[in-house]
Design a binder for this molecule. Structure first.
Ligand code: NDP
Length: 284
């Protein structure tokens, strides 16, 4: 699997990461979810994406338990790239630091590799950036970024002190939700910011997409794999499929090794054209 270089110091961003939204919401499902995340780590997933919002800390707890088990099996913390996110209503100077400390405690680690502002809220960006930079200086996070920021939000971020040290922007981007390709992705590339594509399978719907399936057959891969391979073929783009099914985890991980044929690339471009005009940024 390739990695995406990020500005600043710290590990590069693995191209493919495990999404964990809707994990950690139920105590009944917890043992199965811990097992799923642990088996993901054992089969080679090297990036896990979570947020204080997911299961109100439950997702981070599940990851913490799975990571502890995997570490007992020999995985080293440095082998894993951990991403979490702060709620906008917690993103004040002190609130961000306190939220980060809670996330670290639930995950059972002393540092995050990337910490994102989940979406833009009412706290001034300058204040949140100050808090994020303080967390970097204290060694609690290696880098920081944002999520659900459109071009105008990125421009606003670049206008505040230190805003241009942002490493990544996590947005909804998939083969059917192509809005970011119009102007956000070019802007991010020009400024050295990675795009992390969330809901890359349209929350599972893309695995059932008939047109995509026909092209996947020509590529010799599954429909979900084609949706992921299309994202991973784009410079500066990472994809974050969520899965708890063991077969899904294996299938999605293997997508990182797929090289699309010219014929399939052309078929995808024809069936899923880039938007001619800039649409508003879609959010889930
Ligand atoms: P995805 O597009 O990743 O789809 C997940 C669904 O697809 C699950 O139901 C999963 O099933 C199913 N699935 C996974 N792999 C396959 C496969 N190979 N074949 C068929 N079905 C499959 O949706 P998400 O919305 O969860 O997005 C991914 C991640 O992005 C989130 O988990 C979260 O980490 C992040 N995210 C961030 C947001 C933000 O605002 N920053 C917003 C939304 C998501 P199963 O689980 O049963 O295996």
């Amino acid at each position: 699997m390739h990695s995406i270089p990020l500005p600043g110091t710290g590990p590069a961003l693995p191209a493919l990461g495990l999404g964990t939204w809707r994990i950690g919401e139920s105590k009944v499902r917890r043992p199965l979810e811990v097992k799923a995340v642990r088996s993901a780590l054992e089969m080679g997933w090297r990036l896990v994406d979570t947020a204080e919002m997911y299961g109100e800390g439950g997702s981070e707890e599940v990851i913490g338990l799975a990571l502890a088990e995997a570490q007992r099996g020999g995985l080293r913390r440095e082998e894993l790239f951990l991403v979490s996110k702060v709620y906008p209503h917690n993103a004040s100077r002190q609130g961000t630091v306190a939220a980060c400390e809670r996330s670290l405690r639930r995950l059972g680690v002393d540092r995050l590799d990337l910490y994102l502002l989940h979406w833009r809220g009412s706290v001034p960006l300058a204040e949140t950036v100050q808090a994020l930079q303080a967390l970097v200086a204290a060694g609690r996070i290696a880098r920081w970024g944002v999520s659900n920021f459109d071009v105008d939000d990125m421009q606003a971020l670049w206008s505040v002190p230190g805003g241009d040290t942002c490493a990544a922007n996590q947005v909804y981007y998939s083969i059917t939700e192509r809005g970011p390709a119009h102007s956000l992705l070019p802007w991010l590339r020009a400024h050295g910011v990675a795009l992390m594509a969330y809901s890359p399978l349209d929350q599972g719907a893309l695995a059932e997409d008939a047109a995509l399936q026909a092209l996947a057959e020509r590529q010799g891969c599954s429909t979900a794999q084609l949706a992921l391979a299309w994202l991973l073929a784009q410079p500066g783009v990472n994809a974050l499929p969520k899965a708890v099914g063991e077969a899904h985890l294996r299938e999605n991980l293997a997508a990182a090794e797929i090289v699309l044929t010219d014929e399939v690339k052309a078929g995808l471009a024809q069936r899923y054209p880039a938007p001619a005009r800039k649409p508003p940024l879609a959010m889930i």
